[in-house]
Write a protein that binds this ligand. Structure first.
Ligand code: TXA
Ligand code: MG
Length: 322
């Protein structure tokens, strides 16, 4: 099979939707990262996702929808807090975990009785789901354990010739994966921090709890509640070292990620604010790997708002303490 990167024209979205309806897999842009999609209700199609990514079968997929009726099609119970959150943050980078209906195949949810659901904001994603006429299960379109893809060529690097079509939506605007909240728990349990912040969620539905994997991203928390969190995601091949303050002397051949203050060093990638940081962090890791850089020195962000999500990703990518 030869992978094509296609411009998101009307004809090409129709072509991609046809692949989804045939039970094949397609990569598409969302506002967070690129997804590798298949018909969420077709178990053979979903199996192709796990195969292409080399993803462990105990890690459930997020199901993407484009209208609220699809939520009712997938979820057994829709608690009040789910309605409030979806009204406020959908379409957008928030995934809610709810009890699933039996229509959702076990492979999609890795045998769990819950399903993660999200309505993305990206127009190409929404059109693709609509034309496919089914909810689309999609993990990030990277191969297992590589950083998530935020550009079409990242998907191509990892999954070339394992899928038919990559829809080119240029660079993802947010750059870190969606915030995930489990609403089957009381109080609701945050499983993954992201662009929709803890403060924003608590303002909307009151107190929530944070999963241990968020508080301790480097610790291996083996827990069925947040299966994805136990894998060393997001990691570049290079060694990643985190700093509150970067050291004065850094070897020229090492990579540096600077934040707020630019140093004008040889292999420096600079982010001027948190938005830029989130958008560019996975690309930076991939760029350093492509340059065969062995060590990356990273200036960390403040652990507040979107900074919690960014810090969670960079801590997972590093093996060293700050
Ligand atoms: O922004 C995103 O969420 C992107 C785009 C493509 O939408 N998707 C994404 O998918 O990041 P993935 O597969 O890379 O991460 C999904 C995470 C995993 O950590 C998985 O364990 C968790 O969501 N998850 C999915 N369904 C779940 C469930 N029923 N219960 C608990 N965790 C779940
Ligand atoms: Mg992923």
């Amino acid at each position: 099979m030869k992978t094509q990167i296609l411009k998101p024209t009307k004809e090409n979205i129709t072509k991609a939707a046809k692949e989804i309806r045939l039970g094949n897999i397609v990569a598409f842009p969302t506002e967070t990262v690129y997804g590798l999609g298949a018909n969420a209700l077709n178990k053979d199609a979903v199996e192709k996702i796990f195969k292409a990514k080399g993803r462990p079968s105990d890690n459930p997929l997020i199901v993407h929808i484009e209208n609220i009726n699809q939520l009712k099609q997938l979820a057994k119970q829709i608690p009040k807090k789910a309605i409030i959150l979806t009204q406020k943050f959908w379409p957008g980078p928030l995934t809610i975990v709810l009890k699933k209906k039996s229509i959702v195949p076990d492979i999609t949810t890795a045998n769990k009785d819950t399903v993660g659901i999200r309505m993305p904001k990206n127009k190409i994603a929404l059109k693709l789901i609509k034309e496919s006429n089914c909810p689309i299960a999609a993990p990030s379109a990277n191969s297992f354990s590589k950083p998530s893809p935020t550009l079409p060529y990242h998907v191509y690097e990892d999954l070339k010739n394992k899928l038919e079509i990559i829809l080119d939506g240029k660079q993802c605007s947010i750059g870190v994966e969606s915030t995930i909240i489990d609403l089957t728990k009381n109080p609701p349990l945050l499983l993954r921090p992201g662009k929709i912040t803890i403060e924003q969620i608590e303002k909307t539905i009151g107190k929530i709890e944070l999963h241990e994997s968020i508080l301790n991203p480097q610790k291996k928390v083996i827990d069925a509640l947040a299966p994805g969190m136990k894998y060393k995601h997001y990691s570049p091949k290079a060694k990643v070292i985190l700093y509150q303050e970067l050291p004065k002397i850094i070897p020229k051949t090492d990579g540096i990620i600077t934040y707020k203050t630019k140093l004008n060093k040889p292999n420096e990638i600079h982010f001027k604010n948190k938005q830029e940081y989130a958008k560019g962090i996975f690309k930076a890791f991939r760029d350093f790997d492509n340059k065969k850089i062995k060590t990356i020195h990273v200036k960390i962000v403040e652990e507040k708002g979107l900074g919690i999500g960014i810090l969670n990703r960079i801590k997972k990518a590093s093996t060293n303490k700050i």
